[in-house]
Design a protein around this ligand. Sequence first.
Ligand SMILES: [Mn+2]
Length: 440
Amino acid sequence: MANSLKRKANGFEGASKTKKPKVDIPEYHLPPSRTGQNGEIIWPAAEEQIDRARTIIQECAKAEKPVVICPDKDADGLSSGAILHHTLTSLGLSPSLISTYFPAKGCNIHDEASKEALSAKSPAYLFVLDQGSRKTPPLIDSSHKCLIIDHHFAEEGGFPQGVDYVTAHDCPPVATSALLTYHICLPLHPDLGEKISWLAALGTHGDLGGTLKWQPPFPDMTATFKEHPKKAIMDAVALVNAPRRSSAYNVEDAWEAVLSATSPGSLLENGKLREASGEVRMETERCAHAPPKFSADATIAVLTIFSSAQVHPVIATRWAGFLKSNKLEVVMCANEGYLPGKVNFSCRVAKSARARDGDEKVNIIKKLEGIVADNVELRERLGESFARGHKEASGGIVGKEEWEEFKKLMGIGENIRKKAGDTPKKTGQKNTLANYFTKK
Ligand SMILES: [Mn+2]
């Protein structure tokens, strides 16, 4: 019962009725691997970064000092955090010395509010996982050691001052943060395998979806999937991601659940997760039917919704798999009701454009930046939270006014497409084809 409900929540009802173009190649494994001097594959990150991370984790476990873990709020971030937590405690660190910090709704780890909250905890060790990085001053002023584990795009030197980092971003196929943390931690203690393997799978499927094949250089997880069926892992991903999407934003519930779980199966029983999941499902259904509007060049579709829940990424993903047009590259869902005065938007590559390769390959971050490339003043006002994330799944948080200007630059609603089957609504006598398509 619960599973069939979940399938419905994850699938797009309209989409299942139409035939989808098949993408045969597991595209995640397409980019060539990085190789070292002797031709060896460098994966999941540069060796010296991995060694350094292991040293810091081992040092931290012995230090008997306060530790703060800051995992991102999704299945990948939380799994990565739980893997690190299990590793530190397996190495002898008392759990009472470890605390976690999650930025408030709409905030991030680089905000002043985060700095204050983190400073109050006076950590000797600070672990920042899966958060995406920027070139900033140190995250806190007091003396500490900070390790960043991540796989998001970062500009050259785009890390807080003085940190150590290990990033999977430059070593394709890009590992998730959970998988990278797993790779770092697994050799550190003989008992870790059972505790953290399924978490690596949970986080990895959380970011990369259910179709991922665990081909080399990804590790062989046959034994893990034998014990924990992929179906249970995918269902757990959906549940773990629910609290951060709910309007209450109870990320701590998801963290507690992931940290205390011994298997994906035990996550499926969690009442708090199921409740959040129900709310998000209803909210998604309510917002999923927003009509798309197209940019002047027809390469971008925008769906506008108003919700205090973080359903915009899910809706962007659904429509990206549903809309069909040769020109379409990016599907955007803009949520005007998530944060007061702001527009939170998520972008996904349209399914029909996903198979493109080489110069044709859609890079959302580049695409977004390209739209404002000639408008330095607007780009500045759009701020640091514009066009962040991954080239396949970017988005941002921008001011309402800036969003309207950005939409104008894209020419949203100016592309009046005339195609067979489109007929004007018969709501008034004076409706013409033209005013139907330009009507607000
Ligand atoms: Mn991630």
